[in-house]
Design a protein around this ligand. Structure first.
Ligand SMILES: [Zn+2]
Length: 115
């Protein structure tokens, strides 16, 4: 598939930069890129149990969506690459839907983990 898209968002999300962030642009959600609201989940895109160390800020609803759509094993395979996640049809649909919601918007997400 579209290989040239793979690196699209990586410049904005350097997972390795743990330096103290000084006043910069307002933090954005790693998944949906909207500004973060009051509740921020620090998430391991690669599960800790799979050796992931870096964390990224997510809206609670975005975190739950990732956890609903992907298993830990699948997340480990993405190696923390956001572009792989947002290629998934469920994520594409979620991003389209959530794009216009307020930063603190939250809603129950239906559990539909597939096997
Ligand atoms: Zn988000």
């Amino acid at each position: 598939m579209a290989k040239r898209d793979r690196r699209r968002a990586e410049a904005d999300f350097d997972l390795d930069s743990d330096d103290e962030r000084e006043a910069g642009p307002p933090p954005a959600c790693w998944l949906c890129l909207r500004p973060l609201g009051e509740k921020v989940d620090q998430y391991h895109p690669v599960p800790k149990s799979k050796g992931g160390r870096a964390t990224v800020p997510l809206h609670p609803i975005c975190r739950r969506t990732i956890e609903t759509v992907f298993t830990n094993a699948e997340l480990a395979r993405t190696a923390g690459n956001r572009d792989t996640l947002i290629d998934h049809p469920e994520i594409v649909r979620f991003l389209g839907w959530v794009a216009e919601k307020a930063p603190d918007f939250d809603a129950p997400t239906a559990p539909r983990r597939k096997r």
